[in-house]
Design a binder for this molecule. Structure first.
Ligand SMILES: C=C(O[C@@H]1C=C(C(=O)O)C=C[C@H]1O)C(=O)O
Length: 272
């Protein structure tokens, strides 16, 4: 295997991990999470950050790289339900779900069913807030689409899903994990090891030299430096035991609601 084809989330959330990443045997394929999930499933990429829900659907096909994730321990800052009504009033109303997400869509369904005990109707739409709110009473956005809604507030109610999960469970929430197709882990363990190490080093440097990452985000997406500083404080990129506990609780809740065929357990590469 000459190069690894690696997915890259096309949002500012991932910049602290990718900004300093350099490796001569990788090729990046950028896309929104739902597209990366599909590419990994089809074998169009070998590994990358994918929705933790997508891993939970097929844990037998993948292994997970330890110590890497896109997570929050509390507010996440870029996953919001934008609502024209108070949450309890959404019962029986229509909620638009972004087509870019897999994890957050199920997280919202879990929070609504179990925490808020309401049952709205759901429609899936491309992430365009104006069009979503023409059809629905509330809209779920993730990534840069959610950040855009934060930067251009409309005076609507905004529920941060990381915060809602934290308040309800006392646990962190893992939105994305670095999943690798099992065949790739078996065929190219040395290359994978080197890429894994490079990701962790790039992440450590990105967090150490966060000012450079913040400047890149502000150049690329606009917004004040302080905005990005606060945003990156919300996100975690490790995969500690506490986050695995949060993820396993999410899989259990998803399974209980019939959203996942099994309550998946994460299999870390190297623990096989
Ligand atoms: C923090 C985020 O995490 C993400 C949310 C995902 C999902 O809902 O499926 C997948 C990958 C991450 O981009 C975000 O997009 O804002």
């Amino acid at each position: 295997m000459e190069v690894l084809r690696i997915g890259r989330i096309q949002y500012a959330n991932i910049l602290p991990v990718y900004h300093f990443f350099e490796h001569d045997r990788v090729e990046f394929k950028p896309a929104v999470p739902s597209q990366l999930n599909a590419w990994l499933e089809e074998g169009a990429v070998d590994l990358g950050p994918v929705s933790s829900f997508a891993y939970g659907l097929h844990p037998e096909r993948y292994v997970v790289l330890r110590d890497l994730s896109v997570s929050s321990r509390g507010p996440v800052g870029s996953i919001f339900l934008v609502s024209t009504l108070p949450i309890p009033s959404l019962h029986g109303r229509t909620v638009a779900l972004t087509s870019s997400s897999a994890t957050s869509v199920r997280l919202l369904k879990i929070l609504f069913a179990r925490r808020f005990e309401i049952a709205p109707k759901y429609v899936t739409m491309d992430p365009d807030l104006d069009r979503m709110l023409e059809r629905a009473d509330a809209a779920l956005l993730i990534g840069d689409d959610a950040l855009e809604a934060v930067l251009n507030p409309r005076g609507l109610m905004m529920l941060d899903l990381g915060e809602a999960w934290w308040e309800w469970t006392g646990l962190g929430m893992v939105f994305a994990v670095w999943a690798v197709r099992r065949a790739v882990a078996e065929e190219a363990p040395e290359l994978l090891h080197s890429v894994h190490r490079t990701f962790r080093e790039a992440r450590d440097r990105g967090l150490r030299e966060i000012d450079a990452v913040i400047r890149a985000a502000a150049d690329f997406c606009g917004g004040e430096e302080q905005f990005w500083r606060d945003y990156y404080r919300c996100l975690s990129y490790d995969l500690g035991e506490d986050l695995l506990d949060g993820l396993h609780r999410y899989y259990q809740e998803a399974h209980d609601l019939g959203l996942l065929p099994t309550a998946a357990r994460v299999q870390l590469w190297g623990d096989l």
